[in-house]
Design a protein around this ligand. Structure first.
Ligand code: SF4
Length: 368
């Protein structure tokens, strides 16, 4: 068979390049943090010229390791070499708002997710994605020019899935807010939808909306009367525009009835975003809603703590909650050195030796 022999030099060149470039390539990618940041870097360098949707689709289907491994082709090698060996602009670390919020569940989990490949099955994640997809599909397209005109004219504006980015405390925060209500240059409401069987307000929910509020402030919007709303809906529930408006109206109604912003307690260790928070709860058949006001002091306390991990000012902290450690897939995969309790014995762990390390696949046995 001649063709394979003819291709041999080609394959050898790829194999040599892979051996010399891959370790550094993977280290650079791991340091980038979020999948979006990785795609932007690879896309900008010509290593992954395809659109971001293709990158996410590949991550979902094959995982990060296989996706990156597949980039080592003859066509892409020059771009990979430039990417690895060329000078790189050093910018602030780029962090998604949802990752930042997850630090308030357990920061060590966020840290371990950056440094290890671990795939889990999660019914909650699937339900959240379904709810958001339904929500997005109904939203009316609006151009950047139309947004700018409405803001300049001081008109009320309801923005759905709005991309927001700002540099805060040396970190580039990026995210998409579920719903933001503006009136000219004044922020009126930041509303997030959560899909869960438990109607409960968690610290990570508070931080997520707070971060969007702080980012609006950085973008030049007034936030002195800004309201935050967190709506919890059953898993898989479709958020129609009518339902979203009803929830937003309920938030404004609660605020009109009286809602004060409170000062934050001084920070010590991991701040608790729920402490010092005046919050009103609305219970409807279709949703649970928590409404609270923006407090600069509280937001600063929470964001300063969270961003100091990303700037390298301190090491990651693990939660003190034993229950979280018991339910933690990183604990089940024996990756956490600061666990406070043994993992739930119902986890099934599969280890796959990948080309560049170990992939841990963890599935709660009860859901298989
Ligand atoms: S075992 Fe506990 S401390 Fe460690 S990552 Fe998991 S939840 Fe965090």
């Amino acid at each position: 068979m001649n063709p394979p022999l003819l291709e041999l030099p080609h394959l050898l060149e790829i194999a040599h390049a892979r051996a010399s470039l891959a370790p550094r390539f993977y280290a650079i990618v791991a340091a980038l943090g979020s999948p979006r940041a990785v795609w932007e870097a690879l896309h900008g360098a010509g290593v992954f010229p395809e659109p971001v949707g293709r990158y996410y689709a590949s991550l979902r289907r094959f995982g990060v390791e296989t996706t990156l491994d597949a980039l080592f082709t003859a066509e892409r090698l020059p771009a990979i070499r430039r990417f690895v060996e060329g000078p790189r602009a050093v910018g602030p670390p780029r962090v998604s708002v949802s990752t930042l919020a997850n630090q308030f569940y357990c920061e060590m989990q966020v840290h371990l997710a950056r440094t290890h490949t671990l795939r889990t099955e999660s019914a909650e994640l699937a339900a959240g994605a379904a709810g958001h997809a339904a929500f997005e599909a109904e939203a009316e397209e609006i151009t950047q020019e139309e947004i700018s005109e409405a803001i300049t004219a001081g008109e009320p504006l309801e923005l759905v899935e709005m991309p927001v980015t700002a540099e805060i405390h040396g970190v580039r925060l990026v995210g998409r807010a579920d719903r933001i209500h503006l009136e000219g240059r004044r922020g009126r409401l930041v509303l997030e939808f959560k899909f869960s069987g438990r109607r409960e307000l968690f610290p990570s929910h508070v931080v997520q909306v707070e971060a969007y509020g702080r980012m609006l402030e950085s973008m030049g919007f007034q936030t002195d009367r800004l309201l935050y709303g967190v709506a919890v809906l059953p898993r898989g529930r479709r958020v129609s525009d009518a339902l979203a408006r009803k929830i937003a109206e309920a938030a404004f109604e609660v605020a009109r009835a009286g809602l004060s912003a409170t000062d934050a307690r001084p920070p010590s260790g991991v701040p608790d975003p729920l402490s010092g928070l005046t919050v009103r709860r609305v219970d409807d058949e279709a949703f649970g809603l928590w409404v609270f006001r923006h407090s600069r002091q509280r937001v600063e306390r929470d964001l300063q703590w969270a961003t100091s991990y990303w700037t390298g000012a301190r090491a990651p902290e693990g939660t003190m909650a034993r229950g979280k450690c018991r339910a933690c897939p990183f604990n089940a995969a024996e990756l956490c050195g600061v666990s406070k309790a043994p993992p739930d014995g119902r986890y099934a762990v599969r280890r796959t030796l990948g080309r560049f390390g170990v992939t841990h696949v963890v599935q709660p046995a009860s859901r298989r």
